[in-house]
Ligand binder design. Structure first.
Ligand SMILES: Cc1ncc(COP(=O)(O)O)c(C=O)c1O
Length: 372
């Protein structure tokens, strides 16, 4: 097999359905169909012909998506099965063997694995915890070369919840221009900013920009498996050619529900529901963590659905996660999945009572093993 195991996803897939409390979830508590839609909309669904539909995404859906970006229309959009397929298709369209991909780290590590599978050279530039997880753009500048084909970002960032400033975004664009590289930004958490101000997209900042998006995270609809790519029209046409090989099309039901969810009023309702949950849960989780004083250190996130926490205990992060799962049936994501021992990630987008009940199990465990 010529592709590295994607540990971050695989570990969650193995255990997330076998525990009492899964605190690894990085999105929001998902909607039920009957919470999301009106009776009339559900009636529309029941009368839908289950055909293939338009394979690059229905025109109304692509129009709705393009409305979220400046200077874009439906021809700038390819609809995919989740933003993970968008990442896969984008890399296969933009990269060739031997290209360098300079990637923000920590990050959702999918692009790192795809780059390796394609015979590209992934290189990390770092976000600095001592600087509230701001990306080290001097480091980025020092790392790009004429062989750099892509600068890969995640904004808002998984796992730190950092949101880049407009100035930082423009600086990345200047660095990319200096070596004629693509800026590829995973923007799947865009819309989940805690202060309610949707971040600007990289779209429109440079002609070699491609971004992804999707309904799995900020919109709390992961089961639809609906994602997208936005970029220059000619390159989006190329991504469609790859998409013909990966899955042909996203499901017709997802096209229709996605279009309903992205109706401006509905979209606002969804983002407001999720942002309120995020702010309330963050407050509750912070007060839980803070009872332990110096044991846990964290920078409160500005966006996204998770908290990335450093712990001051003499135990490896995978060992810690395995022990909590086996002893207390509560599942956290080990920092090792990001190559960062002594950190762990928990989701803060679930229902508050569920998160707090999971944290209570951790409390019991810490008392039993460490006497704290
Ligand atoms: C940053 C980021 N990008 C992409 C994905 C893939 O999500 P999906 O394929 O459900 O849209 C995830 C999932 O956790 C993620 O965190």
């Amino acid at each position: 097999m010529n592709i590295p195991i994607f540990d971050l996803e695989r570990i969650q897939s193995i255990f997330e359905n076998t525990v009492d409390y899964n605190l690894t979830e990085s999105g929001f508590h998902p909607y039920k169909l009957n919470e999301l839609l009106t009776k009339a909309q559900i009636e529309t669904l029941t009368n839908t012909v289950l055909g293939y539909g338009q394979t690059n995404g229905s025109i109304p859906l692509r129009k709705r998506i393009s409305d979220l970006y400046p200077f874009s229309d439906e021809e700038n959009v390819l609809v995919t099965n989740g933003s993970s397929e968008a990442n896969f298709v984008a890399c296969h369209t933009l990269l060739e063997q031997g290209d360098e991909v300079v990637m923000m780290v920590p990050n959702y590590m999918q692009i790192w694995g795809i780059a390796r599978e394609m015979g590209c050279i992934p290189k990390a530039f770092h976000m600095r915890e001592e600087n509230s997880w701001a990306p080290d753009l001097d480091e980025l500048k020092s790392m790009v070369t004429p062989n750099t084909r892509m600068i890969a970002l995640c904004n808002p960032n998984n796992p730190t919840g950092y949101t880049m400033t407009k100035e930082e975004m423009l600086e990345v664009v200047e660095i990319a221009k200096s070596v004629d590289a693509w800026v590829y930004c995973d923007e799947v958490y865009r819309g989940a900013e805690l202060n309610g101000e949707t971040l600007p997209s990289f779209i429109g900042m440079y002609d070699k920009v491609m971004v992804n998006g999707g309904l799995s995270k900020a919109y709390a609809l992961p089961g639809l498996r609906l994602g997208w790519l936005v970029g220059p029209k000619a390159i989006i046409a190329d991504t469609w050619a790859y998409h013909d090989y990966t899955s042909i099309t996203a499901g017709i039901m997802s096209h229709i529900i996605g279009e309903m969810a992205l109706h401006p009023e509905k979209r606002l309702e969804i983002l407001t529901r999720n942002r309120n949950m995020l702010n309330e849960n963050l407050k509750a989780v912070k007060s839980w963590l803070d009872q332990y004083g110096e044991l846990f250190e964290y920078v409160p996130p500005k966006g996204g659905g998770m908290l990335f926490i450093k712990y001051n205990l003499d135990i490896n992060s995978t060992e810690l996660a395995n022990w909590l799962r086996e002893e207390k049936s509560v599942f956290i994501l080990a920092g090792d999945c990001y190559g960062m021992d002594h950190y762990f990630r928990i989701g803060i987008g679930e229902r508050k009572e569920y998160i707090l009940a999971g944290l209570e199990r951790i409390k019991e465990a810490l008392k039993e093993r460490f006497g704290i």
